[in-house]
Design a protein around this ligand. Sequence first.
Ligand code: CTP
Ligand code: CA
Length: 227
Amino acid sequence: SGTTTTAKPLLGKHVLVTAGPTHEPIDPVRYIANRSSGKQGFAIAAAAAAAGARVTLVAGPVGLADPEGVSVRRVETARDMLAAVEIALPADIAIFAAAVADWRPAHEAGSKLKKDGSGIVPPLHVTENPDILSTIAHRRDGRPGLVVGFAAETDDVLENARKKLGRKGADIIVANDVSPANNVMGGAANTVHLVTPEGIESWPQLPKDEVARRLVHWIAGRLPPTA
Ligand code: CTP
Ligand code: CA
């Protein structure tokens, strides 16, 4: 509206965001998943668009509507998510908010697994999924100018987040304590700690869309200068 002046610090920038869980199929009717709602990632995509960016959101299976002004690619599995992220590059900023399944069934059964009446349960062998954040952050060519990861922790939040910053090659890790008492997974609020090589900044508990707005502006302020 004419009464509101909106800062557009991301005008001309392409921002890539991942959000939500992934589903890893066991057979045609079953999958491995997690409690991610996608709310934080969708809010970040919306906030980046509001800040003037062109935004691509690669979203796992969630029941959230496309944020206004955002190009949304819907995917199921971690491998699909990585492929969609690679297709969406180049990006000035990549924010990996998805709760990617760490493991997937090693073999997807082509037909529904059945109880055979013997009481013997089928073994579920799992294998590790590709790490999307680490793969993109370690690219030699076409690495986004700023790579932001999340860390979902229940214990030793800051110490684990600092380790992830180094191991994954991210510029920033947004650490959140996802202990059940905090009701972050699926809830409407989040308490985050911004971990960079320079130090840690902790924010109070805020609604997820407020975390998103502040985060987008904080990140915009750390963009490397353009040539
Ligand atoms: N991530 C990813 N691909 C994966 C696993 C994680 O892109 N296969 C990203 C997440 O989107 C997040 C960051 O890596 O930005 C950290 O995710 P997290 O689950 O906290 O860390 P992991 O490295 O998977 O370690 P763990 O779950 O064992 O703590
Ligand atoms: Ca994980």
